[in-house]
Write a protein that binds this ligand. Sequence first.
Ligand SMILES: Nc1ncnc2c1ncn2[C@@H]1O[C@H](COP(=O)(O)OP(=O)(O)OP(=O)(O)O)[C@@H](O)[C@H]1O
Ligand SMILES: Cc1cn([C@H]2C[C@H](O)[C@@H](COP(=O)(O)O)O2)c(=O)[nH]c1=O
Length: 214
Amino acid sequence: MNQKGVFITFEGPEGAGKTTVMNELAKEFTAEGMDIVTTREPGGIRIAEKIRAIILDNQHLEMDARTEALLYAAARRQHLVEVIKPALAAGKIVLCDRFVDASLAYQGYARGIGVAEVWAINEFAIADTMPDKTLLFDLNPEVGLSRIANGKNRENNRLDKESVAFHEKVREGYHLLVKESPDRFITIDAEKSQDEVKVNVRNILKNYLDTKMN
Ligand SMILES: Nc1ncnc2c1ncn2[C@@H]1O[C@H](COP(=O)(O)OP(=O)(O)OP(=O)(O)O)[C@@H](O)[C@H]1O
Ligand SMILES: Cc1cn([C@H]2C[C@H](O)[C@@H](COP(=O)(O)O)O2)c(=O)[nH]c1=O
């Protein structure tokens, strides 16, 4: 366990349903009296949201892959120091929409920088703060991309605009991470209906939190 709190991350390709399920369950868990903090990467605080705007700006597609990896790691460092660590130290349950595994899958594997290389800069950024559990929302990237294309109030960001082949590599990258850390990851079938996914994740998290907190 991370200090006194619990650190849970939500990962997966675009349009997998992570944000929707995380926010709905956070409301339910808060209503039941749990001390929940929700946040996201890149972002979560002012400096990291500014870095997010630079990384995801869809008018400037030419960013160098290593610059991109470094910007994600910089945003992560600030987010960790300002939000995640204080919340964990205060004994809260932190639900975070993406964290270091996204950098390993997207920049390390799909961009081809190398998972070990991207881990090295992230190790510098996060030191020993790793999620206690990571839920991988797994689905065919084409399904996720079509959900986003049909969704309202969402402008395609720079990463959304990558090819289907890129997003398939992201998924492969996540699968490799699951093989490397089978105890930390729980894979969720994210192609099921929104309600089915939510019920599944709720049960998994309740069981996990019950064991951790009691
Ligand atoms: N299981 C589901 N079946 C069908 N549509 C879904 C499902 N889950 C979420 N959606 C819809 O898909 C869209 C993307 O959902 P959401 O933003 O939660 O995904 P996400 O994983 O956070 O995506 P991203 O990481 O790309 O922001 C939304 O319009 C949401 O209503
Ligand atoms: C944290 C992180 C994210 N990404 C990518 C994944 C998405 O395409 C965007 C984030 O936007 P969303 O609201 O979650 O869709 O950034 C990445 O490539 N590397 C990272 O470390």
